[in-house]
Design a protein around this ligand. Structure first.
Ligand SMILES: Cc1cc2nc3c(=O)[nH]c(=O)nc-3n(C[C@H](O)[C@H](O)[C@H](O)COP(=O)(O)OP(=O)(O)OC[C@H]3O[C@@H](n4cnc5c(N)ncnc54)[C@H](O)[C@@H]3O)c2cc1C
Length: 312
């Protein structure tokens, strides 16, 4: 009986690997319209007004939001400046419309591919505007090539403003040390990590990543950091809820986050019933196509998630 079950699991697993391989090989040949059809659910639209409308609906449903302009690895100064200005404009609009919404920004989108000075100048500009409106900026975490730069950026920005947060990835071996270096009150998002990383620096196994996630969450809460718990993993969410309840963590010391479009209704209902803060991560922008393709190619798991969610 057990072996029969094991064989079914292995068969399903090899079927998923095979399916992922097929999806990845056909992606470059898919018409843009088809990719748009699949990514539409996860991308709020193309311009500011699309994103702000999505946020209005979320706020109406008593959910906070964080907006991300899609794109990464910008290599021209002009483009980095344009994106920086677009973020500043967004902050103004969020303020005028009195929305409950902050921003999540990728370092490689506004300067890390140019040089550290440009990166710092651009974040400082956006953060200044955010602080003026009592808003908040989170620095997204990209691949391990950028971990040190991102932490340095966070520390440098923290010298002049407290309205800044960072992200840590539970799959990286180094994260425990990084979190232990933070001071009380720091604001982190804890996620599993989306980039393909080598086994010498990152856990690869689902159980190991989840185990480390819970360990890191416990450390972060004990250190009295503010933690945005960002996962859709039902088993993991259950353990996180157990932990915050067992440790009687005050509800203003953490929030739950999810990616716009991922079906989380049941969990959102549960968070609301427990009076937990909820935030949706809302990506938008004209770079949706390149971004979607890159992400799916880099992490084939996403392709199967998207398919699973379409048919769920
Ligand atoms: C708010 C938020 C911000 C994030 N920011 C970062 C960041 O800055 N840096 C970084 O490296 N990673 C980031 N991530 C991604 C994260 O690291 C994981 O790769 C991703 O969330 C999948 O892991 P999981 O915890 O949801 O668990 P998994 O075990 O991978 O997934 C559990 C279930 O969630 C669903 N699911 C998960 N991801 C998706 C998806 N993309 N589309 C559709 N369904 C999905 C599937 O049904 C899946 O079965 C962020 C995630 C969230 C929720």
């Amino acid at each position: 009986m057990f072996y029969c079950f094991l064989r079914i699991i292995l068969k399903l697993n090899s079927y998923m690997i095979f399916l992922n391989k097929i999806i990845i090989s056909i992606i470059p040949f898919l018409p843009k319209g088809v990719v748009r059809f699949f990514s539409k659910k996860y991308v709020a639209g193309i311009d500011n007004s699309d994103a702000l409308n999505a946020v209005k609906i979320l706020n109406y449903r008593k959910e906070s939001a964080t907006i991300d302009i899609l794109g990464e690895h910008t290599s021209s100064i002009k483009e980095c400046n344009d994106i920086t200005n677009a973020y500043v404009e967004l902050l103004n609009k969020i303020n005028i419309e009195k929305l409950d919404c902050n921003l999540s920004i990728k370092p490689s989108h506004i300067g890390s591919d140019l040089n550290y000075k440009s990166l710092l100048i651009n974040y400082t500009k956006i953060l200044k505007e955010a602080s003026m409106h009592n808003n908040f900026i989170r620095i997204d975490m990209e691949s391990s090539k950028l971990t040190d730069t991102t932490i340095k950026l966070y520390n440098d920005l923290k010298l002049t403003s407290s309205n800044i947060g960072i992200v840590f990835q539970a799959y990286l071996h180094r994260t425990e040390k990084d979190i232990n270096k933070l001071e009380k009150g720091s604001n982190i998002r804890l996620c599993k990590g989306i980039y393909k990383e080598d086994s010498s620096i990152a856990y690869q196994n689902y159980n190991e990543i989840n185990k480390n996630y819970l360990k890191l969450l416990k450390i972060a809460l004990e250190k009295e950091l503010y933690v945005a718990i960002a996962t859709h993993d039902k088993a993991l969410i259950k353990e996180c809820v157990k932990l915050v309840e067992k440790e009687r963590i005050e509800k203003n010391k953490f929030e739950f986050q999810y990616l716009y479009g991922v079906p989380m209704n049941e969990h959102i209902e549960m968070y609301k019933n427990k009076n937990f803060k909820i935030r949706a991560y809302v990506p938008f922008g004209k770079d949706w196509y390149d971004y979607s393709i890159r992400r799916i190619k880099e992490n084939p798991k996403i392709a199967s998630y998207v398919l699973k969610n379409i048919f769920s």
